[in-house]
Design a binder for this molecule. Sequence first.
Ligand code: C2E
Ligand code: CA
Ligand code: CA
Length: 833
Amino acid sequence: MISHVFRSLFENNPDGVVLWDLDGNIEDINDAALAMGTLPKEQMLGRSFRDFVVPEEATRNEESFRRAIAGETLFYTTRVRTSAGMLLELSVTIVPVHRGSEITGAFCILRNETERIKTAGLVLAQQRALVESERRFRSLYDNNANAVLIVDRDGIIRDANAATYTIGGRPREEVIGQHFVSPGDEQKYARLWGFFERALQGEPVSFDTTSTSFSGKTIDLEAMIVPQFSDGSVNGAFIVLQDVTSRKAAEARAEQQAARIRDLYFIATSGDYSDTRMHATLQMGVRVFGMDAGAIVDCTESRLAMEVRYDRSASGTVADEALMETARAVAASEEIVQTKRGFGTRLFVGGALYGALVFASARDASHAADETDRDLLALMAALLGGALERRRTRARLRTLAYFDALTGLPNRVFFQERVRDALAEAAQTGKLVAVLFFDLDRFKDINDTLGHALGDRLLQQVAERLVEIGGSAGTVARMGGDEFIMLLSNCDNVETVRATAEALLQAVDDPYHLDDYEQFITTSIGIAVFPADGRDDQTLIKNADIAMYRAKDRGRNGYYFYNAALEAPILTRLSQEKQLRQALEREQFVVHYQPIVDLADGTLVGVEALVRWNHPERGLLYPDQFIPSAEASGLIVPLGEWVFETAAANVRALRERFGPFRLAVNLSARQFHQRDLQDRIAGAVGRAGLDANDVEIEITESVAMSDASAAIQTVRELKRSGAKIAVDDFGTGHSSLSYLRRFDVDIIKIDRSFIAGIGLERNDETIVKTLIAMGHSLGLVVVAEGVETRAQYDFLRAHGCDRVQGFYISAGLEPKALEALLASRRGSLVKRG
Ligand code: C2E
Ligand code: CA
Ligand code: CA
């Protein structure tokens, strides 16, 4: 029974109220509800709610109704269609009707929201979003990894989420009701309260602070105070605390890592592979890995040998054995090895296993190597491998460079050095220095009849005899073939020289015993004497050579003193220069264009202009066949200008038809050092109608290095015009990082020799990776040159290189071929697969 009070509430309610029985049929309905439709009360009674709800909402209403008569109160909105067919949006509150302990039906309070929803659809959407964001906020709040405090205007914590415990060090229950700044630290209080007051003005603030975790660790926090508005005024604030300890640490690590790479790069490019440098590398490893000692251990023999060693403290707290132990483990493993006390990896030199790079600690190492440590170790090993190899090669080269393999005599280079020394000394003493040039008579015939093996032995025996006679007074060297040369220093007069020459002729003339053969040979000797016949080593050698020919002319087996009056002026290499000049006039040069593509999507970003000489007789000549002499003669300047103008005009025309791409041109040292370079380039760019921004100028490291301060100035001027600067053949010179930075270049082109090592040489791979990382750390665009294979391409892409150039994409193209390529260009130039 509906009580009296309730009855009047029912009838006069401004909201529609409907009473349903357990089947969902209308038992009663008030006027407001009737007003929503058109039917009179009699016709409405007994109807089911199912007659009105729209089909899409049927299930939902069914479900709500079922829950209501099971005892729940629900609130929702739904759409109904009146008997007159009108569509209404209703908000519904459905409440179970209890009679005693039984439920006999349900009340519905209906509010017609149609108009409101129509006119304020937007508001509703916003409200929904709000509800949604509130829901999100809730879950954000509860599950947030950040601590979130709800604080009133007085700074008292009214609520806090679970993360408060891990971040703030105090459980939620304990902080609620407390002031948000823990008592004690006046200074901290003042600072934080300052921020809080600003937030109370309505402005969110953020700042860094710290707290102490429940385990006593200091936690770095990033704090944010967000004002909490209610009815337009701030009634408190949210304080969000984010634990940034690990992020800070990661940032510090990343910065440290970048610094290490820079250190290593210095070592890699310093061009100095001395023990000191290796020490420096080991020292860095010791510091970075937190070890006490580092060493390079040679494992090529069965017995390990300590090659270079560095200790953190002078007393050397780590026993050899600890290092050796690690080295042994390393040598046996292909992986990086980490033991309790050691850390190390194998070291390869020239592709072959050389030994181990190891670090060891006196106590158990607290340091567990992570990914970056491993990378760094690998990089160090690569660089040290390179250094050791270069050291080894240098030693080998030194022998090769100074000694003749067949006779063991010094060679020409060594000889020249000795002559220079002797001349310097003679200039002091006033004594004579003689250069004797030997050429064996008819050696070729003997060699042909005896065979090379015996010919070689004959040469060795001649060498021995020459040394026997002239060795104590000077130096004997082999010039190559059957030519020898001798230096006699400290001669008092020409007669001593003459006597020696005669003794030498005699000695050579004696019979030689080669196996069972007795063999005879003679020599012709040309002699030049300092100071009369020349004042420097080269002139003396050249004149002794000329004199030797005179001796041959005179019938061999004799000696001849140089006589200046008899010699014709020497021919110059003017002819090549003349040819080049003519070629330029006759327009025999052509420019080819090699595409440079973006590694990310394979699209063309530019072309490099490469000059070729279309020689009338010799065919197409490549730069290495003529650039050196063009450089030497200075003709490179007009040639380079011609290339630039031609390429700029070509590119301009193609850009008009095919859209933008850049032009890269090579600049030679001579051009680079021209005083009016910038104007010339700006002029050429302007004449071609090209934008300087689309031009990249390639200079080599050595060009840039030649005269640092002037070069920096030149680069600045070039850049001012808008052109980009690329450092070509990067990695082959020894420009240091700080140097590049001062230079303010835009692009580095990793030399193709490193690219060639990808997939073959671990060292090269590591260096390529480093160069890319380093280039990027300086904000440079990194281009890889000479990419010939898919594998190289994939490697470069995997390591984030920006652009590639090479035969894998395309060789240099004639203008026509470039045009065809551009015409057919659809996206990527890179082959698939
Ligand atoms: P560079 O500047 O390093 O030019 C790249 C050279 O590498 C070109 O040789 C090119 O044909 C070659 N190359 C390109 N892709 C590959 C590849 O995948 N594998 C291999 N093995 N080689 C590749 P090129 O045309 O013989 O030029 C040689 C050098 O001559 C150039 O080296 C550059 O230093 C110089 N040069 C070329 N044109 C000019 C010019 O107009 N002016 C000046 N001053 N120097 C030029
Ligand atoms: Ca180049
Ligand atoms: Ca290059």
